[in-house]
Design a protein around this ligand. Structure first.
Ligand code: FAD
Length: 467
């Protein structure tokens, strides 16, 4: 017969939601069993955050080398990208991190079972795979993440069509690529390919790229992308993808001027991800979905409608970010331990790894205006920042938002060099309710890009010093 196990805490899914919850629960004295159907590390380590950033690093080196003469470094001869080596290096980074998670699971005595989990009832889960078994669990955390959405575009299965996962192992660099979707993943790939010398087109259905960021940041990014040679087609609906006589891709899209044909070597579809409930037999657990009918409904304690079942990460259909999944995991475990903590989304940092980077935290101007908040805006441009000039990256700016009633900083958006690191300082400020004065009275080291935060805070009052 099938092996029967009992578990104190069962976690389904080993991504940044599930594996972090597992470690945190183990450190807090729970006995943890974790089921993973594919690879520990989930989307983030295997086909998301980490592999894309490893490739972005290669692309940025290519970009720097191409611009080396600006810095007085002259390189004679051809610059060649060996895509196989680029991909191999990415795999090495990924594998090292995945085995690191394996080590952490062992170190924390977490029982990792390889296989696909599906509910039999509220407390029972069947695992099928290498280690088939039936597990009776006291408490359960669902952390099954998300999967790539398939748009109903004819031609999606043609051989030159890639998605964010298949593109990551493509050792052949195309001469040209059409990217469908100008969201975070689409724009990260757009710069990645462009920096490697590829001719890039982005086709976006909405009237602007990166609709989730502040409108000024989005239009600055569009201008920078276009100056870098990325062709952006907004208000454009993709109708179909076809193959030409000689095997290249032909993407048909429609805008207000009618139908257009775009010829390219490859097509990358980057239109979004959805909660992964495949094979989970969620209905047998009694857990309910959200009103959109696609993610698991949870309260601020990360608890579902069933008392002993929690859900965290992308499967909750809230914010698709690794650090949100991990934090939700810790909140869920705290509540399992009887500490009443609530998930707070008011200071979640969000980074886009384009060239330059974009980062934001808290509320942006558009959202604040829509809510009718009484706000002030403090600005500073990287042109006035010494460090940015030494880096030859003077483009971009920071926008800070202050609530005029409380004087607290409630949001910040940055486009420019080091944005991914600068956002942590702003996150600390916003998460802890810092006021304009607390920032202006802080000493920022010189010369660093972090000085733009100080200058933007000064801009609320007497004005920035270097602008
Ligand atoms: P996942 O990471 O998706 O993990 C879920 C795990 O559950 C998977 O390993 C899956 O195999 C397993 N599983 C599913 N169903 C079952 C089952 N029934 N039984 C057993 N196991 C199951 N986020 C960032 O914060 N920063 C970034 O820079 C970033 N870049 C990204 C780039 C790309 C190309 C993509 C696709 C995503 C990126 N993300 C990024 C998003 C990030 O990867 C996700 O938000 C994060 O992985 C969600 O974590 P999770 O634990 O909820 O789910």
């Amino acid at each position: 017969g099938t092996t029967q196990l009992s578990a104190d805490l069962l976690i389904i899914g080993g991504g940044p939601g599930g594996y972090v919850a597992a470690i945190y629960a183990a450190k807090n004295g729970r006995t943890v069993t974790l089921v993973e159907k594919s690879q520990l590390g989930g989307t983030c380590l295997n086909v998301g955050c980490i592999p894309t950033k490893a490739l972005v690093k290669s692309a940025e080196i290519c970009h720097s080398v191409n611009n080396a003469s600006v810095f007085g470094v002259e390189i004679d001869g051809n610059i060649r990208v060996n895509m196989k080596k680029v991909i191999d290096r990415k795999d090495q980074v990924k594998n090292k991190l995945v085995s690191g998670i394996d080590y952490l699971m062992n170190k924390n005595n977490i029982n990792v079972i390889s296989g696909q989990a599906s509910f039999m009832d509220q407390h029972t889960v069947a695992v099928t795979g290498n280690e088939s078994c039936i597990i009776k669990a006291k408490d359960i955390i669902i952390a099954t993440g998300s999967k790539i959405s398939k748009p109903p575009i004819p031609g999606m299965d043609l051989p030159f069509v890639r998605n964010s996962t298949t593109a990551l192992s493509d050792t052949e660099l195309p001469k040209s690529i059409a990217i469908i979707g100008g969201g975070v993943i689409g724009m990260e790939f757009a710069f990645l390919y462009r920096n490697l010398g590829v001719d890039v087109h982005v086709i976006e259905f909405m009237d602007r790229i990166l609709t989730m960021v502040d409108h000024e940041i989005s239009s600055e990014m569009q201008a920078i992308a276009e100056d870098a040679g990325i062709k952006i087609h907004t208000c454009s609906k993709v109708l179909k993808i076809q193959s030409s006589m000689n095997g290249t891709a032909v993407t048909s899209y429609e805008d207000k001027n009618g139908e257009h044909l775009l010829v390219s070597d490859k097509v990358l579809v980057a239109i979004g991800r959805e909660p992964d409930l495949e094979g989970l037999s969620l209905e047998l657990s009694g857990v309910l979905l959200n009103s959109r009918g696609r993610g698991i409904e949870v309260n601020s304690a990360m608890r579902t409608n069933i008392d002993h079942i929690y859900a965290i990460g992308d499967v909750t259909d809230k914010i698709q970010l690794a650090h949100v999944a991990s934090h939700q995991g810790m909140v869920a475990v705290d509540n399992l331990l009887g500490k009443h903590t609530a998930m707070d989304y008011s200071a979640v940092p969000n980074v886009i790894f384009t060239t330059p980077e974009i980062a934001s935290v808290g509320i942006n101007e558009d959202e604040a205006r829509a809510k009718g908040l009484n706000i002030s805006i403090g600005r500073f441009s990287f042109e006035g920042n010494g460090k940015a000039l030494t880096m030859n990256e003077p483009r971009g700016f920071i926008k800070l938002l202050k609530d005029n009633e409380s004087q607290k900083i409630i949001g910040g958006s940055i486009i420019g060099p080091d944005a991914s690191s600068l956002i942590s300082t702003l996150t600390l400020a916003i998460a802890n309710g810092f006021t304009e004065k607390q920032i202006t009275e802080t000493i920022f080291s010189h010369p660093t890009t972090s000085e733009v935060i100080h200058e933007a805070a000064l801009d609320f009052g007497i004005g920035a010093l270097h602008q």
